[in-house]
Design a protein around this ligand. Structure first.
Ligand SMILES: [Zn+2]
Length: 425
């Protein structure tokens, strides 16, 4: 038996700090390091752990509550033997900035300002505050703004830290009403195969292959290629500043589209009984992927992760769990007979040389992802796969509108050479 889990998220932001405050935050992070090191030192000396917080707080130039949070983290590391790093060096011998941990409304505060931005105030040192506004991904800002205005959400501890010399704030939030059903407690598993210009979804239940949907988004690929080419040109001309501006435009465009696609994935999945949405774990993908060039790899990378992430958190807001599987062979394996077809990588049509099975190759991959998801997390059997439903296709257009579903009887047809498919509008 399994319990539903409370919805907890860690939201990451960059800190846009008011002038001359940045060094104050950095100093506080150095102080946090010495609190951490001192805690480990005292614990190793055999001091009673209950006495450590007060002892350390007396000397620390930090807000008391913040000191206590850092001490608790250090003792937690002691408990779990994390105090040794990968090279067997005790981590308390390290120096440099260490995350400043704080409780909401004690060590830090957040509020919506008149411009609609989230303003922060971190008590870096006693009576010394670091102020500014948060920058970051729309998705994270959205959640945080919702959390600030809704009783359903609780804002928890934060960590202020320096990452590649940039100040960041990682905020924990919990939704107190919404819970996410345990993934093992699912009756439908939806396999998601994310590609550069589409995403394929197949829903499997214990009894049947329920349905397949392919959502095309050629504009995302098109825009990314366009900006990539423009960037190259700008780089060749040696104008790095324009490069950044272009990156921002592209990112906003792609992000906006991916949000819409991810919403669509969640809505589609919710029509089934107790769904669980399954993705390929991209951390494992680097090795198994064989796109031809470095450029291809760069072009592919961002939307994969972002789409999975957006879908995953939107799903959790609906109480729908997500799961992750190893992507190995998901696009090469024949769903019918299990034969692995190495030669078929770049075509939209899958042809099995062993059992003659033919299919839309991305649909085949989504079936394989769902099958892996069932085997990994469900206690029911994979249904018979010998009767796959027709592939339904929708296209996300630049306006954001979705065409009425079109049934593609032969999905290889209408595949335009430049990768933009001619689905009738
Ligand atoms: Zn086969």
């Amino acid at each position: 038996m399994t319990d539903a889990q409370a919805l907890v998220k860690t939201l990451d932001f960059q800190l846009d700090i008011q002038s001359d405050n940045e060094s104050l935050l950095y100093d506080a992070c150095l102080e946090s390091r010495s609190v951490y090191n001192e805690t480990i030192r005292l614990a190793k000396e055999g001091m009673d752990w209950d006495a450590i917080p007060d002892r350390v707080a007396d000397d620390a130039d930090l807000v008391k509550n913040t000191t206590q949070r850092v001490v608790a983290k250090a003792l937690g590391a002691m408990e779990n033997y994390y105090e040794y790093d990968d090279f067997g060096q005790p981590s308390h011998t390290k120096d440099g900035a260490y995350p400043l941990r704080a409780n909401y409304e004690e060590g830090y505060n957040l509020s919506l300002n008149d411009d609609g931005d989230v303003a922060f105030r971190i008590s870096a040192k006693p009576y010394k505050h670091v102020k500014g506004v948060l920058d970051g991904d729309d998705a994270h800002l959205d959640i945080l703004k919702t959390a600030l205005e809704s009783d359903e959400w609780k804002i928890g501890t934060t960590e202020a830290l320096f990452h590649n010399d940039n100040a960041e704030l990682h905020v924990n939030v919990t939704n107190t009403k919404q819970t996410v059903r345990d993934k093992q407690d699912s009756q439908t598993v939806v396999g998601v195969d994310v590609n550069e210009d589409n995403v394929a979804l197949t829903a499997l239940s214990e009894n049947s292959v329920e349905d397949t949907l392919v959502i095309d988004f050629p504009e995302i690929k098109f825009e990314r290629h366009r900006y990539f080419t423009m960037r190259k040109r700008v780089q060749n001309a040696g104008k790095e500043s324009i490069h950044d501006t272009l990156g921002g435009c592209e990112e906003r465009f792609v992000r906006d589209r991916l949000h819409k696609v991810s919403r669509h994935i969640v809505e589609w999945s919710r029509q089934f009984e107790r769904p669980c949405i399954v993705f390929e774990d991209l951390k494992e993908m680097r090795d198994s992927i064989d796109y031809g060039t470095r450029m291809n790899r760069r072009l592919h990378h961002l939307p994969f992760r972002a789409l999975q992430y957006y879908t995953s958190y939107k799903a959790s807001f609906e109480g729908v769990p997500t799961a992750w599987i190893n992507p190995e062979y998901t696009s090469q394996r024949c769903p019918m007979c299990g034969h692995t077809e190495r030669a078929n990588r770049n075509k939209k049509r899958f042809k099995c040389s062993s059992c003659e099975h033919q299919d839309h190759s991305d649909r085949g991959a989504s079936v394989n992802v769902a099958v892996k998801g069932i085997k990994k997390h469900q206690d029911w059997n994979v249904p018979a796969l010998n009767n796959l439903p027709q592939v339904k296709k929708v296209r996300r257009r630049a306006s954001g509108a979705v065409d009425a579903p079109t049934v593609a009887s032969d999905t290889a047809k209408g595949h335009h050479p430049d990768g933009i498919r001619g689905v009738s509008d």
